[in-house]
Write a protein that binds this ligand. Structure first.
Ligand SMILES: [Zn+2]
Length: 173
């Protein structure tokens, strides 16, 4: 079931999300709804605060490095209580957008690689290093569970240019 999205201006997007203490049937059903919401909104990822729950859960479905012009997404991956470590020194600048901030985008410099420790829906723990788009989407979604938005990380002149649109979004939603 698709859930209503939260939008820029909603305080839940600025809150630090709580850790998940038990992976219950309720959590599993919620993650399924997050998945439906991400798919129906054509997102590359989604974090729990974006659908109104301040919990440390996100899903990613990053683009797969393109061959030709076809746009493909990796199968969705669920991250519960993620911990990010060992960001690479090498940065990669690319444009980002967000389901919670419609119709704007901006350039964000992020480490090219990041290591993540997380739980899956069965409570199994993993640690893995991600690269490129997979790493970028993880860092964007992980920001959401820390109350950070990508627009906090864009160059000041870009932020200034989208300020009128941000005010509109705040008013509209
Ligand atoms: Zn976002």
């Amino acid at each position: 079931m698709k859930l209503p999205l939260t939008y820029y201006g909603n305080p839940i997007l600025r809150a630090k999300a709580k850790q998940v203490t038990a992976i219950t049937d309720e959590i599993r059903a919620f993650v399924n709804d997050m998945l439906d919401t991400m798919r129906e909104s054509s997102g590359l990822g989604i974090a729990a605060p974006q659908v109104g729950k301040s919990l440390a859960i996100f899903i990613t479905a990053p683009p797969i490095e393109e061959e030709g012009n076809e746009f493909k997404q990796a199968p969705p991956q669920v991250f519960i209580n993620p911990k990010l470590t060992e960001p690479s020194n090498e940065l990669w600048i690319h444009s980002e957008a967000c389901l919670s901030i419609p119709k704007v985008s901006g350039d964000v410099a992020r480490p090219l690689e990041i290591t993540v420790t997380w739980l899956d829906l069965d409570g199994k723990e993993y640690t893995k290093t991600f690269h490129g788009w997979a790493a970028r989407v993880i860092m964007h979604e992980n920001d959401h569970i820390n109350g950070v938005l990508y627009i906090d990380r864009i160059p000041p002149e870009q932020r200034k240019a989208i300020e009128p649109q941000l005010r509109l979004i705040k008013k509209k939603y």
